[in-house]
Design a protein around this ligand. Sequence first.
Ligand code: NAD
Length: 492
Amino acid sequence: MTLSFDPETLELPFHHFIAGERVAAEGALEMRRPSDGMAYGGCPVADASLVDRAVQAGREALKSSGWADARPRERLNAMYRWADLIDQEAPALARLEAFCSTRPVVQLAEGDIAVTAEQIRFFAEFADKEGSVVAPTSTDSFGMTLSEPYGVIGAITPWNFPISMAGWKLGPALAAGNAVVLKPSEITPFSTLLMAELAVKAGIPAGLINIVLGDGPTTGNAITGHPDIAKVSFTGSTAAGSAIMANIARTGIKPMTLELGGKSPQVVFADADLELAAAAISRGILANAGQVCVAGSRLIVAEEVADALSEAIARHMARIEPGLTWDENTQYSPIISERQLGRIDEIVKRAASLGAECVVGGRRMDVEGYFYEPTLLRGVDGNSPAVTEEIFGPVLTLQTFREEEEALALADHPTYGLAAGLFTRDLSRAMRVMKRLQAGTIWVNRYGRSRDHILPTGGYKSSGIGKDLGREAYLANRKYKSVLIDIEGNNS
Ligand code: NAD
C-alpha cells in the first residue's frame, strides 16, 4: 500500500471535541504547512468558558461511566481496543499529521503511530496490576496506602511529535482512571482529534477525553488555572513550563509533570567504535531535523579522534535529501516554520562570527518549504548560543577534550539535563561516566529511545519535573491516601 498522498484532497478537522461531540469553531491562528510553506487555514482558540465546558464534561463522564471504579480489567480491555483502532487507522492518522507537521508519512506509519499503540497497551496493563499497599505497621493497627485517580487531568502537548505526545499523556492518565482535557499544539492539532474520536469508537466513555484547540495564553492558561483540573501534565519548552508553574502558583497549588527542553551532549572517547558512533550521533541530531527534545546537539569528542569522527559525521550529513512530508520516500524533515528557520540561521551565523568553522551545512536549503542543511560546527566558542541554547534544528557543535574530567565538565550544561550519549568500549569508564552525567536519560553506545517503554523519560535541572513513560508515569497519574485503622482501640 502506498503511503504518499495528495495534500489538496485531505479533509481537515477544525473543531474541538467535547463529551464525544465535535464542537464547531472559527479559525483564528494562521496555519502553514512546513513542507511547502503554504497557508491553509486557521486554528480555533478555545476560551475559558469552552475549557470549563470540557472540564465539566470530564467530571460528568467520570461520574456517569464509573470508569475509575469498574473492574480495572474493563479499562484495560477498552484501551486495548483503542490501540487496535489506532493501528488500523494508522494511514489516516499519518496523513493528518504529515500534512501539518514535520513528520514524514512513512516514519509516522511505521514509527510514531505503531509505537503509540504499543505504549497505550503498555499503560493499559498497569490498570489491573498496580494497586494499593498494606503498610508494615505495629500489630495493634492496620495501615495501608490507597491509590486513587486524580479526576480530570489537564494535558498540554507540543508540535514536534503530536501523536506520540498525546499517547504519553492519555495512556497513563486513562489507565489510572482519570479523565483528560488535552490541548494539542495550535500548529499540529488534527491527529489528536482523530485519536480522541477513535477512543470513543473503541468504547472508552465519551467525555473522558476532551480536546480543546488553542494557544498558550488563552486556552493553555485556562486549563492550568482551572480549579477543577486536579493535575497538569505538560510537554513543551522550558519557557512555557515556567509560565505554567507561575500560573499554577497564582491560581491554586496542584501537582504537575513538566517535560521540557534540552541541550544534550554526546560524549565520544578515543576507544569508541567511531563508525557506530558517527551513525548514532548523526541520527541523534538529524531525526526530525533536530526538532527533538533529546536531540544530541553537542558533540564532545576526544581530541585524537576528532578529525576522523568529524569526517565520518560529515559523510552521513552529506547524504541527507529534503522531501515533502507526504511523499513516502522522504526521510528528512522540514523545519516547523519560517520564523524558526530564521532563528536557526541566526545562531549558526553568530557562531561563525565568533570563529566557528562550518564543516558542512550552515544554510537554508535552496528548495521550496522550510528546510535547513544538516550542519556541523567545529572550533565553536563555548559561550556561543550555538553551544548554550536549545536550537531545535539540525545543528551539531563539536568541542574536544583531553581528559575524562574535562569531558564531564563540558557535558554538564548549567541549566539543562534531559539526556546524554556516551561512546566507549571501556566498560569501567562507561559505568563511571554514566553515574556522573547529570541527565535524566543516558544512552551508552547508542543515541535515542528504544521500544522498552518501561524506561521512564524526564529531565534533570530545568529540563523538567517528573517522568513520562515507564511505571513512574502510571504512578504519577494516581494520588495516595494513607489509612490507619486502630484494631485495639488504644490510639498508640
Ligand atoms: P511550546 O512551549 O512553545 O508549546 C508547547 C505547548 O504549550 C503548546 O501546546 C503551546 O500552545 C502550549 N503553551 C505555550 N505557552 C503556554 C502557557 N503559558 N500555558 C499553557 N500552555 C502553553 O513548545 P513547542 O515549540 O510546541 O515544542 C518544542 C519544545 O518542547 C522544545 O523546547 C522541546 O525540547 C520540548 N519538548 C520536550 C519533550 C520532553 O519530553 N522533555 C518532548 C517534546 C518536546
